[in-house]
Ligand binder design. Structure first.
Ligand code: NAG
Ligand code: NAG
Ligand code: MG
Length: 256
């Protein structure tokens, strides 16, 4: 259902002027694929609540917002939102007083931060996060190592390296997928890093505890976390968050 509607909406969206395009975004939440009113849920308000961490521990995208989220993720807005965050991150990074001792680092999350799982999330079985998370299917996708780069993040990554900042990837995906993750990163242009940190197979605390602990280890090893970028709040809160954090949009899933 939703997909052909999305294609139609995208075709319409690209055919009209950008001011009209914005109105389509605003109109989207109020009607479903067959034009019926789904509910009183305003999907833009829902997404804002997600991005500001006002809404926590949600499990799936509301049915009423599948088309809205799909349109957002596949359309210009998501890309422009990512571009804006990355540009701001670079504005900040280029003003840093870097010591050149190789200890200034930038922590990047992987999923929906440096790599995009959108090809997987756009499938009917996932419906942009409206269907319950299926770890078997997601791991299968991760093992394929075919996720594209998020263009804004790749550009930022290259500029940070030019500035002399070392890169650390810190992901909640498991050690068991180290090989496909490394392969995937390299294949799309993330060709070098200081560290690629994956979650131990027998670590079962939540993401905030896991990522805080790893950042603490980095700082104890003498690294200075000058920037920290992720799509989940759990990438950015807790202890040792780094000098500055940057939040990329992600209305498809929540990791606490
Ligand atoms: C930059 O860092 C160096 C070494 O820590 C310090 O001596 C210098 O004063 C700093 N410069 C600025 C503008 O903060
Ligand atoms: C989860 O994904 C696997 C692999 O694609 C599939 O075989 C299984 O039926 C899925 N489980 C559910 C509950 O959809
Ligand atoms: Mg992520």
């Amino acid at each position: 259902m939703g997909f052909s509607f999305l294609i139609l909406m995208l075709t319409i969206a690209t055919a009209v002027a950008s001011s009209i395009d914005n109105q389509i975004y605003l109109l989207m939440p109020h009607s479903g694929s067959s034009g019926h009113k789904h509910s009183d849920l305003n999907c833009l308000s829902w997404r804002l609540a997600v991005e500001t961490d006002n809404l926590q521990h949600w499990t799936t995208v509301p049915e009423a917002c599948i088309d809205y989220v799909g349109h957002y993720m596949l359309g210009k807005q998501y890309r422009q939102d990512c571009d804006f965050v990355a540009a701001e991150a670079y504005n900040y990074a280029k003003g840093l007083n870097l010591t050149g001792d190789g200890k200034d680092i930038w922590v990047f999350d992987i999923d929906e931060t440096t790599l995009s799982n959108l090809p997987y999330y756009a499938s009917d079985n996932v419906a942009f996060g409206a269907k319950p998370y299926n770890s078997t299917a997601f791991n299968k996708w991760v093992n394929e190592a075919t996720a594209p780069a998020i263009p804004a993040s790749l550009k930022l990554y290259k500029k940070l390296i030019k500035l002399g900042i070392k890169i650390v990837f810190l992901t909640g995906t498991r050690e068991t997928v180290r090989e496909p993750r490394a392969k995937n990163l390299k294949a799309v242009g993330y060709t070098e890093w200081e560290k690629l940190i994956l979650k131990d197979n027998n670590f079962h605390d939540n993401s905030v505890v896991y990522k805080s602990g790893k950042r603490k280890e980095l700082e104890e090893a003498g690294y200075r976390i000058r920037g920290n970028m992720g799509d989940q709040w759990s990438d950015l809160i807790g202890s040792n968050p780094g000098d500055r954090t940057f939040k990329l949009p992600d209305p498809m899933y929540y990791v606490g």
